[in-house]
Design a protein around this ligand. Structure first.
Ligand SMILES: NC(=O)C1=CN([C@@H]2O[C@H](COP(=O)(O)OP(=O)(O)OC[C@H]3O[C@@H](n4cnc5c(N)ncnc54)[C@H](O)[C@@H]3O)[C@@H](O)[C@H]2O)C=CC1
Ligand SMILES: Nc1nc(=O)c2c([nH]1)NC[C@@H]1CN(c3ccc(C(=O)N[C@@H](CCC(=O)O)C(=O)O)cc3)CN21
Length: 288
């Protein structure tokens, strides 16, 4: 199995950073996805979040809808939110059998105390359940701005250990980062990653166009830097929170700063924050 087989765009170096983008939806976004589907390229990878307050059946139905609409589903699994091994196994069995899921994104998740047997992503990967059910690629989190509970050095070690475990199980690792508003931390982090010899493909997390208050709310909730100077560069003044903002400047700066030799294989992952149609319209407007 090669990256080319799971996504044709990884192996070809493209001038267009928007080529081969991926999206993220929540279980509640299925009606929005149906509406936006004609505007989205077939086979686009679409992640389905694993948030509190969602029923497992709703997540699984969303995964099915992604497949039926002609896209590549990438369900999230939040290790710390899994209440039992059975819940996890049943989910994986169902999404692979019903929706031909080949990729999964495994994340620790925000609960300070695990709600079940899994404390971190590595434990989920180590169960063997993923490859046994035909999963071919595993997404893991990238933290370009660090993590409130884990040191920078530990984050690299965790990343290296997860990648080694995924490869040992004959699956392909893909790194999907937390969203950010500032290009520089992404570029520096990518450079450090490649200097450490981590060559896995990376998806940089980019916010879709959304209301400014909403963006700041998500930033606060997810521990993402949104200082006045960062937001000014993004195109937002904190003295006027009315209106919305898109990632025009961020994507422009990333495009100018990215260098294949230095940063390796990079694509974008869009977080629409409830505004799927707006995000896809923005992508189509800016896609060369
Ligand atoms: N849902 C999403 O899209 C995203 C979520 N995140 C956050 O990133 C965090 C780290 O996830 P991974 O990189 O998958 O970690 P991981 O599963 O590789 O774990 C790395 C280390 O961090 C510790 N850890 C992880 N989450 C913790 C928490 N909430 N509280 C205390 N210790 C924690 C683990 O016990 C382990 O020692 C998650 O907690 C998640 O909330 C980050 C990016 C995107
Ligand atoms: N640390 C961390 N935790 C997360 O949960 C998280 C991140 N980072 N990074 C980004 C993703 C994206 N996330 C989300 C979460 C909620 C919606 C959302 O659309 N929520 C709806 C419904 C809320 C509800 O009714 O429960 C909303 O209208 O806000 C979207 C993306 C959560 N994510």
């Amino acid at each position: 199995m090669s990256y080319a087989e799971i996504h044709p765009n990884w192996e070809t170096l493209s001038d267009d950073l928007l080529d081969g983008y991926s999206l993220e939806i929540t279980a509640k976004d299925v009606p929005a996805l149906r509406e936006a589907a004609p505007m989205i390229a077939p086979q686009t990878p679409i992640a389905v979040t694993f948030l509190p307050g969602e029923e497992m059946s709703a997540r699984i139905a969303a995964v099915k809808a992604v497949r039926e609409l002609g896209f590549e589903p990438m369900p999230h699994v939040s290790a710390r939110r899994l209440t039992s091994v059975d819940v996890f196994e049943n989910m994986i069995k169902q999404v692979t059998a019903e929706s031909g899921v080949k990729r999964l994104f495994v994340i620790a998740g925000d609960p300070p105390t695990p709600e079940g047997p899994f404390e971190d992503s590595l434990q989920v990967i180590k169960t063997g359940v993923l490859e046994q059910n035909g999963i071919k690629a595993i997404g893991i989190a990238g933290h370009p701005e660090g993590h409130p509970n884990v040191s920078k050095e530990d984050l690299w070690v965790w990343m290296e250990n997860k990648i080694a475990e995924i490869r040992q199980r004959d699956m392909l690792p893909i790194i999907v980062t937390q969203f950010g508003f500032s290009a520089e931390p992404f570029l520096e982090w990518l450079e450090e990653m490649r200097a450490r010899g981590i060559d896995s493909p990376v998806r940089i997390g980019v916010p879709g166009p959304a209301g400014i208050k909403r963006l700041l709310g998500f930033a606060a909730r997810c521990g993402v830097g949104a200082s006045a100077s960062v937001m000014a560069k993004y195109g937002v003044s904190l003295t006027n929170l009315i209106g919305s903002a898109g990632p025009n400047k961020l994507v422009g700066t990333l495009k100018d700063g990215l260098d294949y030799e230095k940063h390796g294989r990079v694509r974008l992952h869009f977080y629409p924050f409830g505004g799927l149609s707006k995000t896809v319209e923005w992508i189509n407007e800016h896609h060369g």
